[in-house]
Design a binder for this molecule. Structure first.
Ligand SMILES: Nc1ncnc2c1ncn2[C@@H]1O[C@H](COP(=O)(O)OP(=O)(O)OP(=O)(O)O)[C@@H](O)[C@H]1O
Ligand SMILES: O=C(O)c1ccc[n+]([C@@H]2O[C@H](COP(=O)([O-])O)[C@@H](O)[C@H]2O)c1
Length: 194
């Protein structure tokens, strides 16, 4: 695990299953870094995603490798293996506490609007709302409860439909996902899910 202290305290965490990482994730990360003026964004693949405990997803090592390649050259983004090192179910509160301790700050937790819609079912979500500033990337989803809206920062960014689900579906039907995932991982992703 490579985590060094930064001089400032504008740190973000962007977690996901990344099954697989897609170009939408890269756009979310870049715009979050830019608009939140982050010194570092920890892109953190879930070891065991809490809402997908019983689902079959690509092995952690593959998701991690694709992420590392996809985020190569994205300034201020750092792919972190913290959730594998911690083990168990990847509750975001523990990840927030970890980076908050490392950097001695309250981090931003970057999520898509669909995740916001279910945030009140997350592990100890009230603590999460206190210990991180939630930054939301707009995504077509159901209406979000007003009480949560006050606690969050909205990124000013275009909505787009790309999702890992759609990528897996297209590949299972033998369709191309060129342009949806970075070219640098396209062949491997096609082989894995195709
Ligand atoms: N197109 C998108 N617009 C906004 N946020 C997104 C988008 N795609 C993913 N995200 C956000 O990125 C984070 C990680 O997403 P995740 O790895 O679950 O990808 P996903 O495309 O939502 O996958 P799946 O379709 O398998 O649920 C989540 O907070 C999710 O809301
Ligand atoms: O902490 C929780 O209870 C929790 C519940 C659902 C999702 N999350 C986190 O949200 C991120 C996106 O999850 P997912 O399932 O949409 O890929 C990922 O980092 C998960 O660990 C976290």
């Amino acid at each position: 695990m490579i985590e060094s202290m930064c001089s400032g305290n504008r740190i973000g965490i962007f977690g996901g299953s990344f099954d697989p990482v897609h170009n939408g994730h890269i756009i979310v990360a870049i715009l979050a870094i830019e608009q939140l003026e982050l010194e570092r964004l920890y892109v953190t693949p879930a070891y065991i995603p809490p809402h997908k405990v019983s689902s079959t997803i690509a092995p952690y090592e593959k998701r991690m490798k694709w992420l590392e390649i996809a985020f190569e050259g994205v300034e201020c983004a750092h792919v972190s293996d913290y959730e594998r090192d911690r083990g168990g179910v990847s509750y975001s509160l523990f990840t927030v506490r970890h980076f908050s301790r490392v950097h001695n700050c309250k981090p931003f937790l970057v999520i898509g609007e669909d995740s916001l819609a279910s945030l009140d079912s997350w592990y100890e979500y009230e603590s999460l709302l206190r210990e991180a500033t939630i930054a939301v990337y707009p995504r077509n989803s159901i209406e979000v409860e007003t009480a949560l809206k006050a606690e969050i920062v909205w990124l000013d960014a275009p909505r787009f439909e790309i999702s890992s689900t759609e990528i897996r579906r297209r590949l299972s039907e033998g369709k191309s996902v060129r342009g949806m995932v970075p070219d640098s991982i396209l062949d491997e992703v096609e082989d894995f899910y195709g």
